[in-house]
Design a protein around this ligand. Sequence first.
Ligand SMILES: Cc1cc2nc3c(=O)[nH]c(=O)nc-3n(C[C@H](O)[C@H](O)[C@H](O)COP(=O)(O)O)c2cc1C
Length: 169
Amino acid sequence: MLETLRKRRSVRRFKQQPLVQEQIDALKEAVLRSPSSRAIQPWRFTFVQDAGLIAKLAHCKEHGSSFLEGAPLAVVVCGDESLSDVWVEDCAIAALIVHLTAVSLGLGGCWVQVRKRMHDAQTTSEEYVRGVLGISPPLRVLAIVAVGVPDRPPAGHPVESLDRGKIIG
Ligand SMILES: Cc1cc2nc3c(=O)[nH]c(=O)nc-3n(C[C@H](O)[C@H](O)[C@H](O)COP(=O)(O)O)c2cc1C
């Protein structure tokens, strides 16, 4: 795991190369192994590989989502807010597991924040994503994780760059 963390960066440029089924299956298995409060598992995932749908999802926000268009896979992380008061935490852990598993498979990825973001002046990013994918309440949309083969494998953060001051005790 530490080796995976040493390599991890947010990757936003991908090769035009589809993922193989074994990679998709590994990502699905990993995310279903996520911990959740009281083992409620309020999360639901949509693995989107359709290029047309991914292109629509790339417009979910005014900024910070357009790179999705070049990704062969978008994992939409949703949570059932009627099942758990900590669905946000559970879903954030699951989204990170998608990201880290991608890195461990030699792939790359990046989180696209959806919850509390706007598509335009009138429409939230959540409403927009709901419309694209037909997701209804009580499901909420937390984030989308883009996954693909990195255009250029990123270098992880150098150990000297880590801010040791964040560890306050
Ligand atoms: C909660 C969260 C939301 C994020 N939202 C976005 C986003 O909407 N668009 C984006 O391009 N990157 C997003 N990121 C990625 C961050 O920008 C990235 O992690 C940060 O710049 C540090 O870079 P690194 O991941 O390469 O270490 C998000 C990351 C987190 C954890």
